[in-house]
Design a protein around this ligand. Structure first.
Ligand code: ACO
Length: 323
């Protein structure tokens, strides 16, 4: 019997505070028209000072576990670039909050492609028979590594968390996952300081995201286009076999380019970028949860999930949706 992992529950959480483009207009030299036209973003959620990545992760996890009808899982994988502590991992902090003990729990760091990495790892655990159930998250307080006076970056990002629960099954499920990285692009999109290199900057709260926007845009469109072909070829499918695109919500223009590559009309593309902004690793599971709870997906629909981020890293998954 073939063994697959299947998504049996989704959940998400967004912090209460909303920062609109209009509010940013009062703080930096920008306009709602510029941000909307270039990115599609109208607002973003920002965590409260006493709200941390694990808090967002816990809220999203509880919703996903409730939807799945489970209170325990064998494996927890959290994709995050903004962990609460240097160690232990956010996954370990989350495991304790959820009163789950003993199974593996770890973080994955692939920035905006992090959820694709986490999902692929958990899928392999389940396919190999190492786990029967898994909780997979993207959770970020990206606002903490943003320079809110830098108009090139601060208009783009927001905070949030999204989660899925996977379970082993004999019917798909996740059909395939595809991961890539090219570290030659490390300096195009990065926080140049860390624990090992200039800890003083981190402690001073001045370790911020820096980005060559045009280079990110160009390579993202190219690599995500290639990913579409890779996922289709791996499964012997045509473009017309894909029912929905669930993309990383970085920028409406990158998303539109990938939809065009797939020949998908925009009503078949899950869009949350206007309301959420770019929540890095959280954006794909957040979008998935919004669409799943809205009832967008039907039994057997094929979903292409894809993300691109710092590294550069990029990845995707082809998923057959089961109700
Ligand atoms: N408000 C007003 N003007 C701005 C702003 C702003 N918030 N930000 C930049 N500008 C100005 C620039 O200073 C520049 O002015 P100049 O011509 O006087 O020098 C002008 O706008 C044009 O800047 P560009 O960088 O050329 O603008 P572009 O059309 O490339 O759009 C953007 C910028 C939106 C960042 C685009 O390059 C992009 O979307 N890149 C992808 C980046 C991305 O999505 N990063 C997220 C992380 S990676 C990921 O998740 C995929």
């Amino acid at each position: 019997m073939p063994r697959y992992s299947r998504i049996i529950g989704t959940g998400s959480y967004l912090p209460q505070r909303i920062v609109t483009n209009a509010e940013l207009e009062t703080r930096i030299d920008t306009t709602d028209a510029w941000i909307t036209e270039r990115t599609g973003i109208r607002q973003r959620h920002v965590a409260a000072d006493d709200e941390f990545t694990v808090d967002l992760a816990e809220a999203a996890s509880r919703r996903a576990l409730e939807a799945a009808g489970l209170d325990k899982v064998d494996l927890i994988v959290v994709a995050t670039t903004t962990p609460d502590r240097v160690f232990p991992s956010t996954a370990c902090l989350l495991q304790s909050r959820l009163d789950i003990h003993g199974g593996p729990a770890f973080d994955v760091q692939a920035v905006c492609a992090g959820f694709m990495y986490a999902l692929s790892i958990a899928d392999h655990y389940i396919k190999a028979g190492t786990a029967n159930t898994a909780l997979v998250l993207g959770a970020e307080t990206f606002s903490r590594i943003i320079d809110w006076t830098d108009r090139n970056t601060c208009v783009l990002f927001g905070d949030g968390a999204g989660a899925v629960v996977l379970k082993a099954d004999n019917t798909p499920g996740i059909l395939s996952t595809h991961l890539h990285a090219d570290g030659d692009y490390a300096n195009c999109l990065h926080v140049p300081h860390g624990v090992s290199n200039n800890l003083a900057s981190v402690l001073a709260g001045t370790a911020f995201v820096e980005m060559s926007g045009r280079e990110v845009f160009k390579v993202a469109v190219q690599k995500l286009g290639e990913l579409v072909d890779e996922a289709l070829v791996a499964n012997g499918l045509e473009r017309s076999d894909i029912d929905f695109l669930v993309p990383h919500q970085a920028n409406i223009r990158i998303i539109t380019a990938t939809a065009r590559k797939l020949g998908l009309p925009m009503e078949r593309v899950v869009l949350t970028v206007a309301e959420h902004g770019n929540t890095s690793a959280a954006s794909i599971p957040l979008a998935l949860d919004v669409a799943a709870r809205r009832g967008d997906f039907g039994n057997g629909d094929r979903l292409l999930l894809e993300g691109f981020g710092g590294g550069f890293t990029w990845g995707g998954a082809l998923v057959e949706w089961r109700e």
